[in-house]
Design a binder for this molecule. Structure first.
Ligand SMILES: [Zn+2]
Length: 206
């Protein structure tokens, strides 16, 4: 399946980071979480020539596929993908807390574990993580420990998120490693999956 191509110009000067969407000139899709790492120009591996212009190549569509598969298993629909610096997808996972009877089996944790096992490393330096929902504090901690280079997440999670909300793990002085953080990637789609999932659950229970 093809990577999702977002119509965002990849060239141009990064902005100040004060406003959503100025991570990339002309971009609406990527948002930088204020107070976190400074905005860097995207690397070559993140970009592709499409229709004669450079565009940001997102792997969020794969994470969304994982989220859909999680929903089909009766798990909260969240999916995550680990991608290497050259754009290779190393690991992909969806939530499996119910199936594994494991409260730590969040998509991000499973994808990070798989990627480390596949590569035979304990840190994923130069790797990026795409996840459909703002990571919780546990996953944000794992992302910092794994030394993930860039975190792209979809929907924000005011209730359980730990990046832009709550513990704001990466903004904490104790955090050893702060990835570049971009949110709002395919956010509407990620959010709709969650809304539909919980609406169906409520339907079952009524
Ligand atoms: Zn989590």
């Amino acid at each position: 399946m093809q990577d999702q191509l977002l119509g965002v110009a990849a060239a141009g000067k990064p902005g100040t980071g004060d406003d959503f969407g100025d991570a990339i000139t002309g971009g609406r899709v990527l948002c930088h979480v204020e107070g976190l790492s400074p905005i860097q120009p995207l690397g070559k591996a993140d970009c592709a020539v499409y229709d004669g212009r450079m565009v940001f190549r997102s792997n969020m569509s794969l994470a969304l596929d994982e989220a859909r598969e999680a929903a089909a298993r009766g798990e909260v629909p969240v999916g995550a993908v680990v991608v290497s610096a050259d754009g290779t997808v190393v690991a992909a996972a969806g939530n499996r807390t119910r199936e594994l009877n494991d409260p730590t089996a969040h998509a991000e944790i499973l994808a990070i574990r798989d990627a480390c096992a596949i590569l035979g490393v304990e840190r994923l330096t130069q790797h990026d993580l795409y996840v459909t929902l703002e990571p919780c504090p546990m996953c944000a901690g794992a992302i910092a420990n794994a030394r993930i280079r860039r975190l792209y997440f979809g929907a924000r999670d005011a209730k359980s998120g730990g990046v832009a909300h709550g513990a704001r793990v990466f903004a904490h002085p104790q955090c050893h490693h702060v990835p570049e953080v971009y949110d709002g990637v395919s956010a509407a789609e990620a959010e709709q999956l969650l809304v539909d999932f919980f609406a169906a659950k409520r339907g079952e229970n009524s």
